[in-house]
Design a protein around this ligand. Structure first.
Ligand SMILES: *[C@@H]1O[C@H](CO)[C@@H](O)[C@H](O)[C@H]1NC(C)=O
Ligand SMILES: *[C@@H]1O[C@H](CO)[C@@H](O)[C@H](O)[C@H]1NC(C)=O
Ligand SMILES: *[C@@H]1O[C@H](CO)[C@@H](O)[C@H](O)[C@H]1NC(C)=O
Ligand SMILES: *[C@@H]1O[C@H](CO)[C@@H](O)[C@H](O)[C@H]1NC(C)=O
Ligand SMILES: *[C@@H]1O[C@H](CO)[C@@H](O)[C@H](O)[C@H]1NC(C)=O
Ligand SMILES: *[C@@H]1O[C@H](CO)[C@@H](O)[C@H](O)[C@H]1NC(C)=O
Ligand SMILES: *[C@@H]1O[C@H](CO)[C@@H](O)[C@H](O)[C@H]1NC(C)=O
Length: 487
């Protein structure tokens, strides 16, 4: 036994998560208490009078089973080698035994004796551990292990789990024995980060304990797969929002952004990045052949690339991948680019045909199709593609403003316009005149003044129509739409 003087620790009582599940059996001297591994517990020496009122010769002692831990009187404090100095404390003035950083092996019977009094406390220990130290990437499935230990027979525990939104999680539970329970939780999403609760219950001994634990899920605030539509030559910005800042992820991780034109094609690395423990993002541009910019001003924890004047052949899969301790998580944006063209390209002569082609660069989701229509045209001027067709051709004989729309679930996701100008009419007249033959040249020349009069009139009308059409084109500014695909 060694002498430690009377310097009793007065660590503030932190009854954190402690549940005094008192069971009043025969005498109040039999207590039951639950402790959580890693936390602390304070065992009471019930009904003891405070220090100041203790008589000179009262000796108080604490035992673990039959092993003496310490003994004290009004003036001195003695502890044995079983009293683990860095975890045990006696709290004045009520002589409570405090045990910090609890271990499963701390379970058992603790007895406080003074005078003729004996207070027995059965300490039941619960230990909850989470795989990977609670640090996950999205789509990982955590494993929870709950263990218990006590002096008596172990109860059959009823375990219910709640996620950070307080929704009950149906976990697959396997317990080989009552000592250890293993539960596979659900596949995690970035928004599952937060405080989860494990509710532990049993009837005898009566246990109703909530154990909260932190889950951090590093990932993207984007869905796993997003589809973004753009018209050719427009400026496209692709963004991935990391949730590291939001969930206060304090570990270093890295990542990269890759592009490939289609499934199975070679991936091109566009940039790589790392995020420090302080949350600082560093990006390094990797590709010089691919024209893109990293915007200077962007939201925090965001990976972003800007494609100025996007090419039709820059469509495809942009995948942002992050890596943490050899594990990976990714989020893809599928960029679909639309273009239109005409054959022949020039102005449309009266009575002639022209083929307009509208094309998208990637596969369309089910329920999506293309539509050509003439602005302010008739029903006859509308043509739809079959679902998921990536190219739509239409033969037109009416000039005006034509629009190609990509329609998904009856929403116009994106539109591109093509202005078909009407060829000047005089060309037709001159051709007709020429066909009549040289002998009628004089007649033709005679008519020219009349024709040019008509021609002038028509040109004025045409110019007016075209001006209206251009105005319309400006009003219907080419739009880019973004569509989120649910998995
Ligand atoms: C359970 O507690 C007892 C004492 O009550 C101890 O001897 C045993 O080592 C503990 N078991 C574990 C797994 O810590
Ligand atoms: C334990 O947590 C659940 C879910 O948050 C709650 O419904 C229940 O009332 C809590 N029980 C105790 C004893 O705190
Ligand atoms: C993070 O990126 C910066 C800039 O590319 C680089 O200097 C630094 O070494 C990287 N740090 C880690 C931990 O990869
Ligand atoms: C895409 O097409 C443009 C011209 O249409 C060309 O200059 C460019 O090299 C092409 N890029 C790729 C990656 O094929
Ligand atoms: C124009 O197309 C229509 C049907 O698409 C066809 O009937 C007509 O013959 C075509 N005219 C010319 C001049 O090609
Ligand atoms: C358009 O017209 C061309 C010939 O003028 C013809 O080969 C083609 O099949 C037509 N296309 C449609 C969609 O009618
Ligand atoms: C379509 O009709 C509207 C309303 O009549 C008119 O304002 C617009 O200029 C027309 N657009 C074209 C391209 O003719």
């Amino acid at each position: 036994m060694e002498l430690c003087g009377t310097a009793l620790s007065c660590t503030p009582a932190a009854f954190l998560l402690l549940h005094l599940g008192l069971i009043s059996t025969k005498a109040h001297e039999n207590e039951f208490q639950i402790g959580l591994a890693g936390e602390e517990v304070t065992l009471n020496c019930m009904d003891i009078i405070p220090d100041s009122k203790l008589t000179r010769d009262t000796v108080v002692s604490w035992k673990y089973y039959n092993t003496l831990l310490c003994r004290m009187d009004k003036f001195s404090f003695w502890k044995t080698s079983a009293f683990i100095a860095d975890r045990f404390d006696i709290k004045a003035p009520h002589k409570q035994l405090q045990v910090r950083n609890l271990k499963l092996s701390d379970a058992g019977i603790y007895t406080c004796e003074y005078g003729s009094h004996k207070v027995r406390t059965s300490l039941h220990i619960l230990k909850l551990t989470l795989s990977l130290d609670g640090h996950f990437l999205q789509n990982e499935v955590p494993e929870l292990i709950l263990m218990q230990n006590s002096s008596g027979p172990l109860p059959d525990l009823n375990i219910i789990l709640f996620d950070s939104n307080n929704n009950r999680v149906t976990a697959e539970l396997q317990n080989k024995n009552r000592r250890k329970y293993i539960a596979s939780l659900k596949k995690l999403e970035a928004m599952d980060s937060g405080t989860w609760v494990c509710q532990v219950r049993s009837d005898s001994p009566l246990i109703n304990q909530n154990i909260s634990f932190a889950v951090k899920v590093l990932g993207f605030q984007n869905p796993d797969l997003e589809r973004k539509y753009a018209t050719v030559d427009s400026t496209v910005t692709l963004s991935w929002h990391l949730n590291s800042q939001k969930i206060k992820w304090k570990e270093v991780f890295t990542g990269q952004l890759n592009w490939k034109q289609q499934e199975g094609a070679n991936a091109h690395e566009l940039l790589d990045f790392n995020v420090t423990a302080q949350g600082q993002l560093h990006e390094t541009k990797k590709s010089s052949s691919f024209l893109f910019e990293i915007p200077e001003r962007k939201p925090e924890s965001t990976i972003e690339v800007k494609l100025p004047k996007v090419h039709f052949n820059h469509s495809g899969q942009y995948q942002c991948q992050l890596e943490y301790q050899g594990r990976y998580a990714q989020s893809k944006i599928e960029l679909v680019v639309m273009k239109v063209s005409a054959n022949p390209a020039g102005p449309l002569s009266r009575g002639a045909n022209m083929t307009l082609t509208c094309q998208v660069s990637g596969l369309l989701p089910p329920g999506a199709y293309l539509r050509w229509e003439r602005v302010n045209g008739t029903e006859m001027d509308i043509k739809n593609s079959k679902q998921q067709e990536v190219k739509l051709e239409v033969n037109i004989s009416a000039a005006g403003l034509w629009s190609c729309h990509l329609i998904e679930d009856s929403d116009r996701k994106i539109s591109l316009h093509y202005l078909v100008e009407e060829a000047p009419v005089w060309i037709n007249y001159v051709i007709i005149g020429a066909a009549v033959g040289g002998s009628l040249l004089a007649f033709a020349l005679g008519c020219l003044c009349i024709i040019s009069g008509i021609n002038w009139q028509r040109r004025r009308q045409r110019a007016k129509r075209m001006a209206q059409a251009r105005q319309h084109l400006l009003e219907n500014k080419t739009c880019q739409c973004q569509h989120r695909l649910k998995k």
